[in-house]
Design a binder for this molecule. Structure first.
Ligand code: F6R
Length: 245
């Protein structure tokens, strides 16, 4: 894995955005795998800025998001569908018909099957990831098997707490207890992976991902088996690393 320890979050986000922008410039029909959460917000801001200043063209780009809360549809302000339009899709020239976010309402098994089929037909060129403080990627919580595909997930208490703090005004009861998430196998099928992590709260997960054993107990550790991963962290997230990068 290529590891970049950036001076700070701002620089890390600029470097991450540059990787995605270059990918889209090199292949205007790029298929992006996208993430939500606090981590990619600055990266998306940089993509928007670049689109406005340099006109990077997203008209032929497709996107597949990692996950969605069960019970929230695109009209709910905390849905990941809404998040993506607010932070990225409304501000670049991507065709709304080309964006895909897992469906968290209705017949969930049918929705998961349809998402897996779509991902089979559309191999992601570059998958953007954050990492949970417990090492999850997407909403694949500790214990998720490596061969998992899009599925319904019971969120761990720590994830509910993290997300309540960041997005639901601290109200844990308001956070859905389940999500639909791409599985580990879907993520590993991407041609390239770009993972960002910021802050002290991620340091333990980052250490396990990069320097620990590969284990389902720390889902991100499986990325050690992927041939093309770039990890960009700030100094705080890198603070427990022992090797030099
Ligand atoms: C988001 C996702 C999650 C987050 C992770 C980190 O689509 O799949 O794995 O990347 O929970 O969240 P933040 O960035 O809010 O710390």
């Amino acid at each position: 894995m290529k590891v970049i320890v950036a001076e700070n979050r701002e620089i890390a986000s600029q470097e991450g955005a540059k990787i995605i922008i270059d990918q889209v410039k090199n292949n205007p029909e790029t298929i992006l795998g996208l993430a939500t959460g606090t981590t990619p917000i600055d990266l998306y801001n940089n993509m928007v800025k670049d689109h406005k200043e340099n006109g990077t063209d997203y008209s032929k780009v497709k996107s597949y998001n990692l996950d969605e809360y069960v019970g929230l549809d695109g009209t709910h302000p905390q849905s990941y569908y809404c998040f993506m339009f607010e932070h990225l899709f409304n501000h670049i020239n991507i065709n709304p018909e080309n964006v895909h976010v897992p469906v968290g309402k209705g017949d969930l098994q049918a929705a998961c099957n349809a998402y897996n089929d779509a991902l089979k037909q559309n191999q992601v060129d570059i998958q953007l990831l954050g990492i949970g403080s417990n090492g999850h990627i997407g909403f694949n919580e500790p214990g998720t098997p490596a061969d998992s595909v899009t599925h319904v997930v019971d969120l761990k208490e720590s994830t509910i707490k993290d997300n309540a703090r960041l997005f639901f005004n601290g109200d844990e009861d308001a956070v859905p207890k389940q999500a639909v998430s791409m599985g580990i196998a879907n993520i590993m099928n991407a041609k390239k992976v770009l993972l960002l992590a910021f802050g002290e709260g991620k340091a333990k997960a980052v250490k396990g991902m990069l320097e620990g054993e590969v284990t389902p107990e720390l889902p991100a550790s499986i990325l050690q088996n992927h041939p093309d991963v770039t990890v960009i962290v700030d100094k705080a997230a890198a603070s427990l690393l022992e090797k030099q990068y």
